[in-house]
Design a protein around this ligand. Structure first.
Ligand SMILES: Nc1ncnc2c1ncn2[C@@H]1O[C@H](COP(=O)(O)OP(=O)(O)OP(=O)(O)O)[C@@H](O)[C@H]1O
Length: 258
């Protein structure tokens, strides 16, 4: 399956050598050294190519239109993030008709060779070092919470916050994967975004999730209370947290009913 999709991508990306990074539900992700427009043989930069393949079970016309609108939606969201100064990869180029986004590669290799997603980093610490609750982990979780706070202060919703969709870069944490992103000023939508992350942390980092989640919320609160965005931000934080409690309650009821 993947081989066929990689072959399809090779046809679209002629003369571009790449390695496969991941195959998710929506897209294949490749890493390349090649810049789409200029000869960069001399520089050390890497790029990520995200490719949404055709879905054979969809009518071709509908498939084309879905791929086009999702790719454009993701690219626009990334442009807005850059404009708002929220850390995320910069878009280099897009071929939206073929579902391709070429973007800056961010992050670095962890000592075990894996990409520096928050998940891989926390797992590495959990398994290898016994330093899961260090001051550094607390600082990074607070920074991630602050980043998400900034996202929400700009009325932008990620839609799929997990520890895999946060990459630790030398310049600080950054968000990736905006395939489910949207725009909303509603506390409910922001609370659901936070709840998705809380659930993801609970399932992916079960032993330390309560500490991680409380540090993430601490950073989220800091973004709302340090006055860098607006004076009203504090009030909106209180509304979001109230909503988050409702969302958690609904989540618990749903899991009790099954
Ligand atoms: N700009 C980037 N820089 C570095 N690594 C990246 C970048 N974008 C994606 N990746 C890597 O590729 C993986 C998958 O990317 P992404 O989440 O965008 O794809 P996806 O198909 O939507 O994934 P999924 O369906 O699993 O959520 C990430 O977890 C990360 O390891």
């Amino acid at each position: 399956m993947t081989d066929r999709l990689v072959d399809e991508a090779k046809l679209l990306l002629r003369n571009v050598s790449f390695e496969v990074v991941s195959q998710g539900a929506e897209a294949l992700v490749f890493k390349t050294k090649i810049h789409p427009y200029y000869n960069n043989d001399e520089d050390e930069s890497s790029y990520i190519i995200k490719y949404r393949p055709r879905k054979p079970y969809r009518h071709p016309k509908i498939d084309k239109s879905i791929t086009k609108s999702r790719t454009i939606g993701e690219v626009k969201f990334m442009f807005k993030l850059a404009k708002a100064g929220i850390k995320a990869p910069r878009v280099v180029s897009t071929d939206y008709l073929n579902g391709i986004i070429w973007m800056e590669h961010i992050g670095y290799a962890l000592p075990d060779g894996k990409e520096s997603t928050l998940k891989n980093w926390l797992w590495y610490l959990e398994k290898m070092t016994g330093e899961s609750l260090s001051e550094e982990v607390q600082r990074i979780c607070v920074e991630v919470g602050y980043l998400i706070g900034d996202l929400h202060l700009n009325d932008m919703i990620h839609g799929d916050l997990t520890s895999s969709n946060i990459i630790l870069d030398r310049k600080g944490p950054a968000l990736i994967d905006f395939g489910l992103s949207s725009y909303s000023a509603l506390p409910e939508d922001k609370a659901v975004d936070l709840y998705v992350l809380e659930r993801a942390m609970n399932s992916t980092h079960a032993d330390y999730a309560s500490e991680y989640n409380s540090w993430l919320l601490k950073g989220y609160e800091k973004a709302h209370s340090d006055g860098h965005f607006s004076k009203q931000a504090n009030k909106s934080f209180a509304e979001i947290i109230k909503r988050l409690e409702d969302v958690r309650l609904r989540g618990r009821k749903r899991s009790m009913i099954g």
